[in-house]
Design a protein around this ligand. Structure first.
Ligand SMILES: [Zn+2]
Ligand SMILES: [Zn+2]
Length: 156
């Protein structure tokens, strides 16, 4: 699948790594070398979906989820072009894991109350106990951190 995708989308850089992601600043799609011919080929299509849709940034967790959904829709179109079909179950599982992750970020570390993201800055504040916290933009980083150093968003 990888050579096909590369040939279809010569504008993007495909580089092997330890996880699937889309890096908008470099126009680069990262993929796991070992898995790209199995089910993870779907992940490659998903990242290519982000790339084609030109996803560069998101302001809130809700918006991120919308971009994830859009990237899967695009992935389905690409799959069709190369005669593949992505299992709907797989897509729903991926989106569910995103929802879980977003949910965990929104739980107050001070009192456990579910809160709503404050604004555009990866920060939350608790209306119950007034704790404020920052979350990392990457789903593989720790859910809570006090100082945000990584300004660039990477899509997974
Ligand atoms: Zn609280
Ligand atoms: Zn994604």
């Amino acid at each position: 699948m990888l050579p096909k995708i590369k040939a279809m989308f010569p504008d993007f850089v495909f580089s092997p790594g330890d996880k699937f992601s889309w890096s908008p600043s470099e126009g680069r799609i990262n993929y796991c070398e070992n898995n790209v011919d199995g089910d993870d080929g779907w992940a490659l299509l998903h990242e290519t979906g982000h790339a084609l849709l030109g996803h560069t940034d998101y302001q809130t967790d809700y918006e991120l989820l919308q971009l994830e959904i859009a990237a899967w829709e695009k992935a389905k179109e690409i799959a069709k072009q190369i005669g593949l079909e992505i299992a709907e179950d797989h897509i729903q599982e991926c989106l569910d894991s995103y929802r879980d992750w977003l949910y965990k970020r929104s739980i107050c570390p001070g009192c456990g109350t579910k809160t709503i993201q404050k604004d555009l800055s990866n920060s939350y504040s608790c209306f119950n106990c007034h704790t404020c916290w920052q979350v990392s933009p990457s789903r593989f980083c720790r859910a809570y951190r006090t100082i945000q150093t990584d300004k660039e968003h990477t899509f997974l």
